[in-house]
Design a protein around this ligand. Sequence first.
Ligand code: CA
Ligand code: CA
Ligand code: CA
Length: 210
Amino acid sequence: MRVSKFAATTLLFAASAAFGQVHVESPDAGETVPTHQPTTGSSPLLLITGVIDALPAGFDADLFCIHIDDPSIFSATGVSLFDTQLFLFDMAGFGVVANDDGTFIGSPGILPLGSVTTPGDYLIAISSFDYDPTSAGGLIFPSTPFTGVFGPTGPGGGGALTGFTGGGGGIGAYAIELTGASPCGAVIPLPSAGLMGLAGMGLVGLRRRR
Ligand SMILES: [Ca+2]
Ligand SMILES: [Ca+2]
Ligand SMILES: [Ca+2]
């Protein structure tokens, strides 16, 4: 199940790379607010690919800035051959939502539809189980139950991200599949504004013909 899902993601990566809709981690993304990596490319941002490295200093977590265009269709899914976790923060590092395991086989971190209510820039983090984000007060998100989609209700949930702690599991390549997102800092024109602009031009044309 995990392998076929990963193969599908690899194909998606190859297809979407041609349209610039993939952000590739380079170099290693940091795991603190000041060392996060902005995503780049064209909209929509469909995929982030990267590597959880075997760092000499310990474990690896990767933190990226993304823009959530449409909260009603925003979702994120971690895909890999190891056990991923996903965490979402605001740009100041305060926790928004997190998930270790989705409800289907393969233990991906999944931030489902409805995770976010406000469009804008956010920080999304991926790590391998059980390397977790912490603030000065402790863990920002609860660790159990593993399939839970949590707000920042851990003992350190009232504080901003200071780093990650705990025992990471696997290492290797991953992808984060995204819906409803664009690269960091994207300004998405409202479709209705564009249509109104076209309609306005049509009225002007009509008046001129008269
Ligand atoms: Ca990395
Ligand atoms: Ca990293
Ligand atoms: Ca997991």
